[in-house]
Design a protein around this ligand. Structure first.
Ligand SMILES: *[C@@H]1O[C@H](CO)[C@@H](O)[C@H](O)[C@H]1NC(C)=O
Ligand SMILES: *[C@@H]1O[C@H](CO)[C@@H](O)[C@H](O)[C@H]1NC(C)=O
Ligand SMILES: *[C@@H]1O[C@H](CO)[C@@H](O)[C@H](O)[C@H]1NC(C)=O
Length: 645
């Protein structure tokens, strides 16, 4: 068109003097009504409308004719049709229509340019009406998500001027880098999102053009759950301490577990660390019971540490642990136990009153008052009344006392039962036997049985004049009420008319001749025999002096003596057949000797007892079976003297 104009211009310059090269410029807003006036051309050309009509003024270029019409009567240029700038020129910033107005007679060509002005006849348009973003929670702050930009067909100030988020919120912002890429924008996350607070955001992005037209794009942000919450354990009840006799299945604690995450991130499983006594039971949803699965024993274990671990199924899983400290309280389930199965205590006879002789000790595995042990004496047999009043036990410390002096000769041993009871309710107890052994003291003087000690007549022995050295002339027989060493006796010759004539067996008490009798020897001989305890520590007060009178008889007395012996033998036979018991042959021989030699009066009978278990002992102990001979008798008359002549 420009080339055509130049041709016309050149032609006009060459052939027609009235040619105009500079175009007349007009502008018209788009979208004007058909027939509306664009410009008054007659005036601009400087011709009256009638002249323009006479010169057949008309638009020559077809493009111009299409859009405009020239009214010859008025000389004005009007729109032939509605103009749409966007249709004609697109997004081009300028939109110009050029054409020529032709006059004839003379030929005159007038170039005309009409600039079509934009009006804001289009709204911005988003390519998507609605967009959805899935954004994981706890993402980096400031992360961006692309959003396709809105378009506006208008140009210039009628184009899109601004975007905004409606309603405004602190979490998101929108930005469009229009210089670089006008078609792309983005939504920025301003604050880290938290699924547990809000799972979904809905808002709109609004685009506004310069003329105030706008449009919206709906944005939905779905927050994606991330396993960012550990399970929580909430204790509803917890019972501690737990009595040790709690039955199996006792509920110790009730708790609930929860997790704020969703899906697998919120699926919880609970477990106990290896535990033999406790287990978890879940009856309802996320509620768990901690129950006992075995019997408890405080004496074995007074405290249980139970660790519960709750884990979700996220990847990686998050866990929470809770520790239950279960104390076991005591129940009186243990009786006191003595540290020995039996006790043996010793007391020397004639003890001082209230003598401490030993202690029993019992311990109780329970705790507190269930373990507080007190001691008491109980009857050995339920039928019995009070236990022996001579023994007592301290209820606090188990000390055993002998309350009054004991006499070995009356009581050699005593069994008492001590009970140890705890202070539980009901109380438990156990019994133990305490054997009290009375230890003999040398408190009894020997009792001389022969010669008889009652005053008159003093015992005398008859010795034949022809007796030889070594012949038995008599025998001192004594017993001691004490036992053991305390009853061992010894004899010695203390004084004699003729000291060289007699010897006394230290242990046997036998008086024998040391040499044959001679005529010079006195007919009556008097001997004092010292008989004393053989114990190491001799008690001189217990020594007995015996006086033995011996009469030597002449042949003249022989007959009567023989008769006397014969009589004795007869009586002895009577005795042995009925009443006398001999336990050992050697003793029997002693007695027989004595009897044979007429030294044992028939009035005495003997019972044999041996020293403690030793058959070989040289010492023999004879006990009277005559009840009338009390020990006191002996001890009150130590060293009784007999004066037979
Ligand atoms: C038992 O207890 C008593 C008193 O405390 C003590 O004397 C004795 O030695 C104990 N016996 C043992 C076997 O421990
Ligand atoms: C009993 O025995 C226990 C342990 O053997 C000891 O601790 C306690 O002191 C004893 N009690 C008495 C009274 O001796
Ligand atoms: C202890 O002995 C008493 C009296 O004999 C009796 O009643 C009690 O049952 C005994 N206790 C135990 C634990 O044997």
């Amino acid at each position: 068109m420009a080339a055509a104009r130049q041709v016309l211009c050149l032609w006009a310059l060459l052939g027609v003097p009235r040619v105009r090269c500079e175009p007349i410029r007009y502008s018209v807003a788009e979208e004007g009504e058909s027939g509306s006036v664009v410009a008054d051309v007659a005036e601009d050309v400087g011709l009256a409308p009638a002249e323009l009509s006479a010169r057949h003024a008309r638009i020559v270029s077809p493009a111009g004719r299409h859009h405009f019409r020239f009214e010859r009567g008025t000389g004005r240029l009007v729109l032939a049709e509605r103009l749409d700038r966007e249709q004609m020129c697109g997004r081009s910033p300028t939109c110009t229509l050029a054409f020529e107005l032709l006059l004839v007679d003379p030929l005159h060509i007038v170039p005309v340019e009409v600039s079509v002005k934009d009006i804001n006849d289009h709204s911005p348009v988003f390519p998507d009406e609605r967009v959805t973003f899935k954004i994981p929670e706890r993402g980096d702050q400031g992360s961006r998500f692309p959003l396709r930009a809105a378009q506006d067909l208008d140009v210039g100030s009628n184009d899109i001027q601004a975007y905004s988020i409606i309603p405004e919120n602190e979490f998101f912002a929108v930005s469009f880098r229009s210089q670089i890429d006008p078609k792309s924008g983005e939504i920025r996350v301003m604050i880290s999102l938290d699924f547990e607070t809000t799972q979904k955001y809905e808002f709109s992005v609004r685009a506004v053009d310069g003329g105030g037209l706008s449009s919206m794009c709906k944005v939905v942000v779905e927050v994606l759950d991330v396993n960012d919450n550990a399970p929580e354990v909430v204790i509803s009840s917890f019972g501690s301490p737990l009595p040790e006799n709690a039955e199996i299945g006792t509920v110790v604690a009730l708790f609930a577990v929860s997790d704020q995450d969703s899906g697998v991130n919120g699926e919880i499983s609970c477990a106990l660390e290896d535990q033999l006594s406790f287990s978890l039971r879940s009856d309802y949803k996320n509620y768990y019971e901690l129950v006992t699965i075995s019997t408890l024993d405080r004496e074995e274990r007074a405290q249980h540490i139970v660790v519960v671990t709750a884990a979700d199924a996220g990847s990686p899983p998050l866990t929470t642990t809770h520790t239950f400290t279960v104390d076991i309280s005591d129940v009186n389930d243990n009786a006191p136990i003595f540290n020995q199965t039996s006790y043996t205590m010793f007391v020397h006879e004639n003890n001082v009153p209230a003598l401490l002789v030993g202690a029993v000790n019992a311990t109780d595995r329970d705790a507190g008052s269930n373990a507080k042990v007190s001691y008491s004496l109980v009857p050995a047999h339920p039928a019995e009344q009070e236990p022996c009043s001579c023994v007592s036990v301290n209820s606090e410390n188990g000390h055993v006392f002998v309350l009054r002096p004991l006499d070995y000769e009356q009581l050699k041993q005593l069994d008492v039962v001590v009970s140890a009871a705890d202070a539980g309710s009901p109380a438990l107890s156990s019994n133990v036997t305490v054997r009290l052994m009375v230890v003999d003291e040398n408190d009894n003087a020997p009792l001389v049985l022969h010669p008889a000690q009652d005053s008159s007549p003093p015992s005398s022995e008859v010795v034949p004049a022809w007796a030889e050295a070594g012949d038995l002339v008599g025998k001192v027989v004594a017993v001691d009420a004490d036992s053991g060493q305390n009853s061992w006796l010894s004899y010695e010759l203390l004084k004699a008319t003729e000291p060289g004539l007699f010897a006394v067996g230290a242990q046997s008490g036998e008086v024998r001749l040391r040499r044959p009798l001679t005529d010079r020897d006195t007919v009556k001989q008097k001997l004092i025999v010292l008989q004393s305890p053989a114990a190491e520590h001799e008690d001189s007060s217990l020594t007995t002096y015996l006086i033995v009178s011996l009469v030597f008889v002449s042949l003249l007395f022989l007959v009567s003596a023989v008769a006397f012996v014969a009589c004795k033998v007869c009586k002895r036979k009577d005795l042995s057949s009925g009443h006398v018991l001999y336990g050992a042959s050697n003793v029997q021989s002693y007695v027989a000797d004595g009897a044979a030699s007429g030294t044992l009066p028939h009035a005495y009978c003997y019972e044999l007892s041996l020293t403690t278990g030793s058959g070989n002992s040289e010492f023999k102990f004879l006990k009277p079976i005559l009840p009338s001979l009390t020990m006191q008798h002996c001890s009150t008359e130590p060293g009784a003297q007999f004066n037979g002549f």
